[in-house]
Design a protein around this ligand. Structure first.
Ligand SMILES: O=C(O)CCC(=O)C(=O)O
Length: 265
């Protein structure tokens, strides 16, 4: 499988429309890849809270249209990162879109863990409730999560229990916590014996420099590739069959003990 992670720069000197066109062109350049991934909230930037309302779009809005076309033009599975989605009741969500090579919507996922504690995304957006997997016929199953979700291992376990072998994590992770990003991506890969494809943004928006450093980790925890800080397309080839082999040779997932009693004391 060949995967390309598009670590696009999100800076304020570019309009959302211009960045959408540029993202579509970058996806087009990845024809020949099996899977292409864009980051979280790349239209506005994950920290541009004051832009969310104005830039919010219905699920099938301009970003959906542009990315569906980009996926079918390039003939790739496209995890198009996330958009600020406005639902029919006017509520906002941080919603990821995954397209098949035919340009059909294969899945959408509303981010479950919202970032910001008592401000930003945590108060401006609603929380998703449903973990989401996507079956790539005859190949593998993707489990999707978004940015801050990376800190919550129970979500990833739920994805693995549902068959996920490749965990795809679009993000807008800040430079300040870059060490957590790399560490958590490796931890989620090792504990779940799965590939982790984590795609961040480059650039600076709302005064928050982005970490970049998109990363691909294999089921043994080895870093197959990692980007630098700037805009970059990180391309990596790997064998999804390594998940089954790793789980067979080192069957730790089989040793889980579920339903533990509460700790004594
Ligand atoms: O968990 C973190 O440190 C960053 C999370 C984040 O930036 C986000 O979810 O948008």
């Amino acid at each position: 499988m060949r995967a390309s992670l598009i670590q696009i720069a999100v800076n304020e000197d570019e309009t959302v429309e211009a960045r959408r066109l540029r993202a579509a062109a970058l996806v087009g350049e990845q024809a020949g890849a099996d899977l292409v991934v864009l980051p979280e909230l790349w239209t506005t930037g994950a920290f541009a809270f004051e832009e969310f309302d104005a830039a919010a779009e219905p699920l099938r809005g301009p970003t959906y249209e542009a990315m569906a076309k980009a996926a079918s033009d390039a003939g790739v599975w496209l995890h198009a990162g996330s958009i600020p989605e406005r639902d029919a009741d006017g509520r906002l969500y941080n919603t990821s879109l995954v397209f098949s090579p035919a340009g059909d919507l294969a899945a959408s996922y509303r981010k479950i863990h919202r970032f910001g504690f008592d401000k930003g995304e945590a108060v401006l957006m609603g929380a998703g409730r449903e973990p989401v997997t996507v079956t790539v016929p005859d190949t593998t199953t993707l489990g999707v999560a978004t940015c801050y979700d990376l800190r919550f291992p129970e979500l990833f376990r739920a994805l693995v229990d549902a068959g996920a072998e490749i965990l795809v994590v679009p993000a807008g992770w800040p430079e300040r916590r870059q060490s957590h990003w790399t560490l958590l991506a490796q931890a989620r890969a090792v504990e779940n014996q799965a590939f982790v494809l984590a795609c961040g943004t480059a650039g600076t928006h709302a005064g928050v420099p982005q970490a970049g450093h998109s990363i691909v980790v294999d089921p043994w925890g080895e870093v197959l590739a990692q980007a630098g800080a700037g805009e970059e397309v990180l391309t990596v080839e790997f064998d999804p069959g390594k998940v089954a082999r790793t789980r067979e040779q080192f069957p730790a997932l089989k040793d889980r003990v579920l339903g533990l009693a509460p700790p004594r004391g």
